[in-house]
Write a new protein. Structure first.
Lengths: 245, 266, 266
């Protein structure tokens, strides 16, 4: 595994040293590393800004997605009522809303987080709806004979049973939210890693541009693997499905 | 008796389908009411947006922006699909290759693709090539990862059986492995379509000189807000059409799968 | 004495785990299979029966010793050896109809002859009329018969059966045993059956080999001197059948006890 990383970094260095990719477009490994160290302060505050918009948007999306998803998933009528709307909205690239969102909400956290929330809502909502709908009838009937009703039934049986699917929707949302945050920062120039990279490109400081990209990649990697590890611990029953399939 | 219940089931299905369109209608109505009540220049009514959409679809917008976007979308998607499937099969089949590439691929797919737009701008300048490259580099991951995971999880009995029947090399790949993993590949391709559409827009906003993204952004900057909204609707329709075509093709190619997963959902 | 069609000479198989752990499955197995002979291998679970069968089929090479097929070392899967696996739901290709599944076994025949052979094979297992069905539309017993037809359509010299009836109910199992028995009587292939069902081994075989616990070797060989043709109703009533079954069962239980003693501490 480490070997693979070493090979990839080696290829990057070879591409830059041999000028395979012009030096105006590719910084060497050393120069990038040096830029990360030198601008650690600016980079970490940019990463912090990105993380803030990401977290606020994702939090709203999670609460709304699980809530609405559970309500819709428990009712066939509501499910049918929202079907076409969802099928039109889901593939809609919400990034197309950036220009409009800038007009309505201005440049700032409110706009970025709102757009992140709007985008991340869909995978969480769709997976919750599907997960809640898929809960085994036998499980529900057993729970009913044990005396569980309404909210208790949802809280203690339906949601835990749907949790693996909700978690996988959330994990899609984690990386989607980061991409949207960065995209808004690029287009709107609202600060954060996206703006940092664009500014470096416009100033022709290639090493800084790559420093920003690497930091963004690390951010994404930490968030993805972190949540994956968290869910493995929190939902040990999630892997059972795959195992027995 | 059976015919009657079958008819009832069919009527119910049509009912649910109609309800879906009613839901869409209600959403449009809500939009209209909000726009009329709010009376803000930033939120045009649904009706005026629909009229603007009609004007767009009968104007030079089609050849100047819609068609270029669609060409970029198709090229980027096809490139990412082909490369993703080939690499995915390779890494999935050979455990050693998978172990060497996992960390690098994990990092690469965690990297938010829009961050690569500035690099692509330096390398390819403004225009179509850069947009295609960005689409391909974003859409490749869902295809590659799905193909690789499905290939790695192939039933050993299935491969053993195929080998005993004398299949090897390209025949094994084409006749057994590819069909066996095709449901997962399709799931990945479906995600890749919406990813393609999303990054297409950002790439065109930042570095296009034509295309739907460019149009939405420049309409906003010249305060033709209604046109901006109409552009978003075009994308909505495009996404919906692409998804529907895709589901249709998938259902025809993977008929055999329906019996195994039992009916299928949605 | 005729030359054996298949021969194991001091075969040892050692598996290397992902973590580098070494697991000696069998240490020194020697056996012969004469043309037209029906031999069964029984043993306690975990004795490595399936690994031995995969070695005999050429799916894996022995670590020590050698496997000879028609007098030549077996190094890969081989024309003339067919295998039926336990999990019919995983070994039939779900994306192919029953006809096309069986045709996969007839790939070496000229295209013109293929259809006729496939039809004949399907008829021999009483599956005529199900050509265009998909595997999942058939019952477990029918699926396993289709797998049998696919294995026999190429007219093999050796038919390997890996617990072929373990996944079906008791009644279907009896019927399938007779299908195999009848086909064997009428054709010219030799058969190597791996099973944990002692009665089944005795009922079908000319000889039963009892495998020891891991690392396994042949513990005992029991000659089955029951008259042929055999049938579920009469053969299983014979005093001799009951004696032989008890004898083999006692040997398997002996072998199993040593396994249980070991695995309890592991």
């Amino acid at each position: 595994m480490i070997g693979g990383v070493a090979v990839a970094v080696g290829l990057w260095e070879v591409a830059s040293v041999t000028n395979l990719v012009s030096s105006t477009a590719l910084a060497s490994v050393n120069a990038t590393a040096a830029a990360i160290v030198e601008h650690a302060g600016a980079l970490s505050s940019a990463a912090g800004q990105t993380l803030e918009a990401w977290a606020v948007g994702l939090f709203i999306a999670t609460v709304a997605g699980v809530l609405v998803g559970t309500l819709v998933g428990r009712s066939r009528i509501a499910d049918a009522f929202t079907e076409t709307l969802v099928r039109m909205m889901r593939p809609l690239p919400s990034l197309a809303l950036i220009p409009i969102a800038i007009l309505i909400a201005g440049l700032g956290l409110k706009m970025t987080a709102g757009l992140v929330a709007f985008t991340s809502f869909w995978p969480i909502f769709i997976n919750t709806r599907y997960g809640v709908d898929q809960v085994e009838n036998l499980l529900l009937e057993t729970a009913t004979t044990l005396g569980l009703r309404r909210t208790a039934l949802v809280r203690k049986v339906v949601l835990p049973a749907a949790a693996p699917l909700i978690a996988s929707g959330f994990q899609v949302a984690v990386s989607l939210a980061l991409s949207v945050t960065v995209a808004v920062e690029l287009v709107g120039g609202t600060g954060g890693i996206g703006s940092y990279v664009l500014a470096a490109q416009q100033a022709n400081v290639v090493a800084n541009m790559y420093a920003g990209i690497v930091v963004g990649g690390i951010l994404g990697w930490v968030l993805n693997t972190g949540f994956a590890a968290l869910f493995r611990r929190l939902l040990p029953w999630a892997n059972r499905r795959e195992g027995s399939a | 008796m059976i015919a009657g219940s079958r008819r009832a089931a069919r009527l119910q299905r049509i009912g649910f389908w109609a309800l879906g369109w009613v839901g869409l209608g209600v959403a449009m109505l809500v939009w209209q009411v909000i726009a009329v009540v709010d009376h803000s220049p930033l939120i045009p009514t649904f009706t005026s947006t629909a009229i603007a959409l009609w004007h767009l679809l009968t104007s030079s917008f089609v050849t100047g922006n819609l068609v270029p976007s669609m060409i970029r979308l198709v090229i980027g998607f096809v490139v990412s699909a082909v490369i993703g499937i080939v690499i995915g099969l390779f890494t999935g089949y050979y455990r050693a290759v998978r172990e060497w590439t996992t960390a690098v691929f994990d990092f690469a797919r965690s990297l938010p693709t829009p961050l690569l737009i500035p690099v692509a701008l330096v390398l390819f300048g403004l225009g179509g090539t850069m947009v295609v490259v960005i689409i391909a580099s974003a859409a490749i991951w869902p295809v590659l990862i799905n193909t690789s995971n499905a290939t790695a999880a192939l039933e050993p009995t299935l491969v053993d059986t195929a080998r005993c029947l004398g299949l090897r090399g390209p025949a094994l790949l084409a006749k057994v492995i590819l069909p066996a993993v095709s449901p997962k590949i399709f799931a990945g391709l479906r995600v890749a379509i919406s990813v393609s559409l999303a990054v297409l827009v950002v790439a065109e906003i930042l570095g296009g000189s034509s295309g739907i993204g460019y149009f939405i952004s420049s309409a906003q900057q010249s305060f033709q807000i209604t046109n901006s909204y109409a552009g978003v609707l075009v994308l909505c329709l495009l996404g919906w059409i692409a998804d529907s075509v895709f589901l249709f093709v998938e259902r025809r190619l993977l008929v055999w799968q329906r019996g195994i997963v039992g009916g299928g959902h949605g | 004495m005729v030359d054996p069609v298949l021969e194991f000479r001091h075969v040892g198989v050692t598996l290397t785990g992902r973590d580098g752990s070494i697991n000696e499955v069998s240490s020194d197995v020697s056996l012969t299979l004469a043309p037209r002979e029906f031999v069964s291998i029984v043993g306690p679970s975990g004795a490595g029966k399936t690994t031995l069968l995969r070695t005999a089929a050429g799916l894996r090479r022995p670590t020590t010793g050698e496997v000879l097929f028609q007098g030549r070392p077996l190094t890969d899967v081989q024309n003339g050896i067919s295998v039926v696996f336990q999990e019919y739901n995983k070994s039939l290709f779900p994306w192919l109809s029953i006809f096309k599944n069986v045709a996969m076994g007839a790939r070496r025949l000229a295209p013109a002859e293929r259809a006729a052979h496939v039809r004949a094979a399907l008829e021999s297992v009483a599956l005529s009329g199900f050509e265009s069905r998909y595997p999942w539309e058939l019952s477990g017993g029918m699926q396993q018969r289709a797998a049998l037809a696919r294995a026999l359509v190429s007219d093999p010299k050796v038919l390997m059966l890996d617990e072929p009836f373990a996944s079906v109910d008791a009644l279907t199992r009896g019927l399938l045993e007779d299908v195999v028995g009848d086909l064997w009587e009428r054709s010219s292939f030799a058969s190597l059956l791996v099973t944990h069902d002692v009665g089944e081994a005795v009922y079908l075989s000319d000889r039963v080999l009892v495998l020891s616990a891991r690392p396994s070797r042949i513990l005992a060989e029991v000659e089955i001197d029951l008259p042929r043709p055999r049938s579920q109703g009469s053969t299983r009533q014979l005093k001799r059948f009951v004696e032989l079954e008890a004898q083999v069962l006692e040997l398997v239980l002996q072998a199993g006890r040593s396994v249980a003693g070991e695995s309890a501490s592991a």
